[in-house]
Ligand binder design. Structure first.
Ligand SMILES: [Zn+2]
Length: 61
């Protein structure tokens, strides 16, 4: 029976992450460095995570 969680590593701080099952394209936050990470790929319950460029403030036109 497959495990109920997925694991990955934060590309920024290399913290090991354990998350509930999610799908490719979803985002999550690293609890250590608080970066927003997007799931690029899932293989054998291992996540490939990619940093997401986050706008810290609105463009404001
Ligand atoms: Zn991190």
């Amino acid at each position: 029976m497959p495990t109920a969680t997925l694991t990955g590593t934060c590309p920024e701080c290399e913290t090991g992450l354990t998350v509930p099952p999610i799908v490719e394209g979803e985002t999550l936050s690293c609890p250590e460095c608080l970066l927003t990470l997007r799931v690029e790929d899932i293989k054998d319950d291992q996540l490939t995570l990619q940093m997401v460029e986050v706008q810290l403030r609105d463009w404001g036109q």
